[in-house]
Design a protein around this ligand. Structure first.
Ligand SMILES: CC(=O)[C@@H](O)[C@H](O)COP(=O)(O)O
Ligand SMILES: NCC(=O)COP(=O)(O)O
Length: 243
């Protein structure tokens, strides 16, 4: 069991609001600093190929101005690799990306993309970035992460969040089993996507999971609670679930 379950706050959708009008506010870096003050252990941002929310300038500023670890989410492309090598963030999480998707719809096929990913992961590792693979809770993907020598996997909790009843119980079991398999093989398991106050508890209670990355829900709640309280409440929910 990990002592402290870390909270990574994803600030993508602060940039969504900003980009809706093309202004310089709300500032994602200001949001990151506010989340840090509220108890976030790290900040996550996803520079998408279409720059629909986070921009290259946001990545540069986050890399330069944060006091807590910055987790740069990116597709496994040469363009994004060059940006990561330029800024050398604490962590890089490789995620699948399709332009037409509304949000990340599935996990990275690390097994099928081994030959494409291997040299990219090696270069990120040599640059000192902690590499994470955003994957489905699937033993084939855990085995692929092991072959790729990725130190971290982030288990996609999207389907767990979407289903209910016995389907959710089955998804939770799948995630718990893969977290245990990853940890048994020396890979640090994280989890994220779609987590809210209502569904985070069982995921936070999985003892091997070391970090949760949560964003969309927290930015939405910030409209009603303010960002500090939105993040602080998630921190409380996670701590209560971990016991
Ligand atoms: C990988 C993941 O689940 C999210 O961190 C990702 O950023 C989702 O993309 P959007 O933020 O564009 O929804
Ligand atoms: N990798 C998951 C993440 O960073 C945040 O996902 P979400 O909470 O915005 O769905």
């Amino acid at each position: 069991m990990t002592d402290h379950l870390r909270l990574g706050v994803n600030i993508d959708h602060v940039a969504t609001i900003r980009n809706a009008r093309g202004t310089r506010y709300p500032d994602p870096v200001r949001a990151a600093l506010a989340a840090q003050a509220a108890g976030a252990d790290g900040i996550t941002a996803h520079l998408r190929e279409d720059r629909r929310h986070i921009t290259d300038e946001d990545i540069a500023r986050l890399s330069a101005e944060l006091d807590i670890p910055f987790n740069f989410e990116m597709a496994a492309t040469e363009e994004m690799l060059a940006i990561a090598l330029r800024h050398r963030p604490h962590a890089v999480c490789l995620v699948p990306e399709r332009r037409e998707e509304r949000t990340t719809e599935g996990g990275l096929d690390a097994a099928g993309l081994h030959n494409h990913l291997a040299p990219m992961i090696d270069r990120l590792r040599e640059a000192g970035c902690r590499v994470s693979l955003f994957i489905e809770a699937d033993p084939r993907q855990i085995e692929a992460a092991l072959r790729l020598r990725a130190p971290v996997v982030e288990l996609h909790t999207g389907r767990y969040c979407e289903v209910e009843g016995t389907e959710r119980t089955a998804e939770l079991r799948r995630i718990a089993d893969m977290a245990a398999l990853a940890a048994k093989n020396g890979i640090e398991p994280h989890a994220g996507h779609g987590l809210t106050y209502d569904n985070v508890g069982p995921i936070a209670a999985i003892p091997q999971i070391a970090e949760l990355n949560i964003g969309h829900f927290l930015i939405g709640e910030a409209i009603f609670l303010g960002l500090h309280e939105s993040v602080a409440e998630m921190r409380r929910q996670m701590d209560a679930a971990r016991g």
